[in-house]
Design a binder for this molecule. Sequence first.
Ligand code: AMP
Ligand code: ZN
Ligand code: FE
Ligand code: FE
Length: 283
Amino acid sequence: MVATRIDLHTHSSCSDGTDTPEQLMVLAARTGLDVIALTDHDTFAGIAAASKMVPECGVTLVPGVEISTSHQGITAHLLAYLPDLKSQVLPDLFEKTVQARQQRMREMVQRLSADFEISYQEVLAQAGSSPIGRPHVADVLVKAGYFPNRSAVFEQVLATSSKYYVHYQAPDTIEAVEQVIAAGAVPVLAHPRAGGRQRRFLSVDAIAQLKEAGLFALEAFHPEQNQLEQAEVRKIAKLLGLAVTGSSDYHGSGKPNQLGECLTAPEVFAEICSRGAGELLRP
Ligand code: AMP
Ligand code: ZN
Ligand code: FE
Ligand code: FE
């Protein structure tokens, strides 16, 4: 019997991935995944299209989302699995975030336009109906011929330390955990020690407060956390009595992360299923 292969963090073109939800499901089947969670940034827009592919792909789909939050000025991404899809709590939260992202992107493009010939309208068009983010401005800079790919743009001009970078007001992480719980979903803190992305992380004390609010797990096994960082995450999880997950954070051709390269243990997945109010979409 082949072990169950479960990847709980992926993005489609409904946020900043480059594969459509349909293409993502086909790739999941080809990669030999048994279970995939679609976790676009601040939107459930891709879930319906992905769910239509479940029967022909034979892959179980976990409806989910990755919520942009910040706590004391530190950015944190919160995954939420199996919400009650009738609840308006999370869609209301996303509406505010999308507006804050638009405001922030206007400011970033203004800064960038001093050195690169790009406009906010182009970035808006690149994002389409997706919540606008740095990957979309990266795509515009690549199309204009300034950089070879997204990763190069992030390294050279979009890092949080760059003079072009602008922070945006996202919901507080603790309040977001409370809202995820209110929506019947299961909260997991994404890549809490990915040192290539940011310099400052949520402290152990802050993560303890998230646990108090209902946090279920930390994402330990992730392509952007090295061995030392993963060990640190597992140590914090053990200390606080949190579960650990593993996921690829696949973004299509926008990032080197390969679908299925990091996986979650079946017993942890079973616990997520028993806690979530929403239904799994099974073949
Ligand atoms: P934003 O939410 O606008 O601050 O953009 C953050 C998103 O950019 C992350 O969630 C990733 O999907 C993406 N990202 C971060 N670093 C990189 C990178 N080095 N290459 C490509 N995409 C990245
Ligand atoms: Zn992303
Ligand atoms: Fe993330
Ligand atoms: Fe992600």
